[in-house]
Design a protein around this ligand. Structure first.
Ligand code: PHE
Length: 344
């Protein structure tokens, strides 16, 4: 029994000194396990004198309970500490600044194409595309351009193959050859817009780029008139530049339309009174247009007695420069992100 009292005397300090649940478990085995003094005394109980037995037995139970209580309360403390550590390790500091992701944007040329295409898609037009390396036939002949036309010279047009008129391969100088491709691929009615890249031998300067973009429009059906052309272009001008815009069509010449015109839109900046944006004229020259020439219909296998149509085509860079006040076309091609980031 003295041995047991000695064990009990230091047990409280020993239990309090344990630093982990594993240590506590080890101590518990030593204090109350099968090889502990407590267990040994219990086993010896039967050998005791019957008169001593109740008192010793009661004391053994009391000590056992006390040890269990000591271990139990220490266990709750250690468990709580372990839990706290886990929570602390897992904690997220919600006051830290987040990780920022930079959102990209489409190039202004792409944005402009998308916006103009949307205006025409809303009218029922479809989008068509064609190759950038064309045949001279599609780029010139089908479009009623005579063999002697100066634009066919390699001083004006870039060629992948030049000289043999039957298999010449120019880089297309406009999106108009897709007019021919679309009409040869389908019967009327046709309502298409054609955005795409085009090439000319222009020197790269503030107003010119040898690579630029155009958008073609073509509508062919039974009974289409010049009035339809004018109404369609006026609608486009109002949608793209604002409700107040008016247009004028000034006679011009293109081989593939007759009559042909240049479309001007009233200046959105000065409302037509004259300012630097419109060169003081009040009008901004936007694109070429006209009624599809009967010779073009014949070249692609349409009957000019059955259908009429209009076509128009203009530069995407030009439209974007006018609308956004950009004065140098090279900004579109320089890949200077400070320019691009202005149009997010
Ligand atoms: N293709 C002409 C150009 O590049 C524009 C145009 C298209 C004119 C369609 C009339 C009809 O200038």
């Amino acid at each position: 029994m003295d041995e047991l009292e000695a064990v009990l005397a230091v047990a409280s300090d020993e239990v309090a000194a344990t630093q982990s649940l594993a240590e506590l478990e080890e101590l518990e085995t030593r204090l109350t396990g099968r090889k502990s003094a407590l267990a040994e005394l219990r086993r010896g109980l039967s050998k005791l004198d019957e008169s001593e037995r109740p008192a010793v037995g009661a004391r053994l139970n009391a000590v056992a309970e006390e040890l269990a209580a000591l271990v139990g309360s220490r266990r709750r403390i250690l468990e709580r500490e372990a839990e706290d550590r886990l929570l602390a390790d897992d904690a997220v500091d919600i006051t830290l600044p987040g990780v920022g992701y930079r959102t990209g944007t489409h190039h202004l040329i792409t944005q402009t194409i998308d916006e103009v295409v949307d205006i025409f898609v809303a009218l029922g037009y479809q989008v068509a595309t064609g190759p950038e390396i064309e045949t001279s036939w599609h780029n010139f002949d089908a479009l009623n351009t005579p063999w002697w036309h100066p634009s066919r010279l390699d001083s004006d047009t870039m060629y992948v193959d030049y000289g043999e008129s039957d298999d010449e391969l120019p880089l297309r100088t406009h999106t108009s050859p897709v007019q021919a491709r679309v009409m040869m691929a389908q019967d009327p009615p046709v309502y298409v817009v054609v955005p795409g890249r085009t090439y000319r031998t222009d020197t790269f300067d503030a107003a010119h780029s040898p690579v630029f973009h155009q958008m073609e429009g073509l509508a062919v059906a039974d009974g289409i008139t010049f009035g339809d052309l004018k109404g369609t272009l006026a609608h486009f001008a109002r949608e793209y530049f604002g409700k107040e815009r008016t247009i004028e069509l000034i006679p011009h010449f293109f081989p593939f339309t007759e009559p042909s015109a240049e479309m001007h839109v009233s200046c959105f900046n000065c409302d037509g009174s004259g300012c630097p944006v419109c060169g003081r004229s009040g009008w901004i020259e936007l694109l070429g247009c006209g009624m599809v020439d009967p010779n073009v219909f014949e070249a692609v296998g349409y009957d000019p007695a059955e259908v009429t149509g209009f076509a128009f085509g203009g530069g995407i860079e030009r439209i974007a420069m006018v609308r956004h006040g950009i004065t140098d076309i090279r900004h579109f091609f320089d890949n200077d992100l400070r320019v691009n980031r202005q149009y997010i």
